[in-house]
Design a protein around this ligand. Sequence first.
Ligand code: NAI
Length: 334
Amino acid sequence: MSEKTLVTLIPGDGIGPEIAESVKRVFEAAKAGIEWEEVQAGLPTFESTGELLPANVMASIKKNKIALKGPTTTPSGKGHRSINVSLRQDFHLYANVRPIKSIPGIKCVYDNVDFIIVRENTEDLYRGIEYKIDKDTAHGIKIITRQCSLDVGRFACDMAVKLGRKKVTILHKANIMKLTDGLFLEAILSLQSEYPSLVINDMLVDAACMQMVKNPTIFDVIVTENLYGDIISDLGSGLIGGLGVASGGNFGSYKAIFEAVHGSAPDIAGKNLANPTALLLSAVTMLDFMGKGDVAKKIQDALFKTLRSPETRTRDLGGSLGTKEFTGALIANL
Ligand code: NAI
């Protein structure tokens, strides 16, 4: 029997444990050759141990170099720093890749959407450098560096060339934020001579939002800053069926953490209502990345077959199956 590869699994909180369980069941049934090293992070961990991101989680990712992560809750306007932001900054996972591709049979406004968002993952306003001037005034600092802009720009261009894509579009607001967004834009435009087979162009992010809704096929690969990338990813998910199906991965030079676009969905947590597709697709990308293309395809084919039939969909896609029953239907299709 071939050896299994050890991968860190962080189920997270909210719907995280339910959808992580689905991935574990599917991988087991598909004989994906993965052994999970399961570690806990998130709100329940904080409540029981006083730590959100315990040292054993960091050590496990450092050792295994690849992780699959479920969502984790971050309170708004108060409380702790986001675990995601910490992981992305601490492991310098500088590129967050989010494919926006129509799923066969899932009826949306368009059925031919196919672009990839590459989001800078470590700086911008998401550095979280904020301070209060007085009780009625708060400041936040936006950090953009040439190095991080070039790193994410090169990542997007290399990926575009590898996948046979033709165009990389930089989204920004350099008309208003002339120094920060201006630097991001200038740095990535300067890469054009390194990538003669690509067109590198740019668009204002607000205009791009309108185009994404009216004319999404004009996009091929998008590269953008951290905050804009976060927002347009959710917009993009709306073009392909919603947050329940939008997958992603965070990449650095030596490590990768795969996770869905969506959050911990507290409104449906613990109710067997979550759609595990987004985390499953993230896990399929992980298998591809690990060179396990055959089993990745087997799982994706079974997943798409399950989604194609309205009877075997979860509630967010108009079906009636719970997370567990959907997982069972997928396994039957393997
Ligand atoms: P959310 O993405 O958790 O939920 C938004 C809406 O989409 C909700 O109605 C939810 O029920 C639905 N939804 C999300 N995922 C779904 C799935 N797999 N199946 C079916 N329906 C799904 O966004 P929200 O409510 O703004 O954030 C909740 C928490 O998640 C916050 O604390 C936020 O900070 C955190 N968050 C964590 C992320 C991560 O860990 N990667 C990413 C985004 C948010």
